[in-house]
Design a protein around this ligand. Structure first.
Ligand SMILES: [Zn+2]
Length: 95
């Protein structure tokens, strides 16, 4: 059975390695302030639980009205998407 802390440890190692690389490359100072700490903690949280975007990429937006919110673009049969904002049905792969 996998150690339940394994995923957390991996996220900590990955983010730490990124910070060390940024220091080595001169992008980040060895001095740490509150902003740096917040950034590192949020990076760890994002690794463990990636934020779910609530908008689709621009190329998958409704071709009629430009709607991008994921809750307003409803997947239908045959890979078609219906836009709840303007009512059209379109094939997001057709462009
Ligand atoms: Zn639309």
């Amino acid at each position: 059975m996998m150690n339940p802390n394994h995923q957390l440890a991996d996220a900590l190692r990955d983010v730490t390695a990124s910070v060390q690389q940024a220091i080595a490359d001169g992008y980040r100072s060895r001095m740490i302030d509150a902003d740096d700490l917040v950034e590192v903690l949020l990076a760890i949280a994002d690794r463990l639980d990636p934020p779910v975007p609530d908008e689709v990429a621009a190329e998958f937006a409704c071709p009629e009205c430009g709607e991008r919110h994921i809750d307003r673009l409803v997947h239908e049969a045959d890979d078609l998407v219906r836009c709840s904002s303007c009512g059209i049905t379109f094939d997001p792969a057709a462009r």
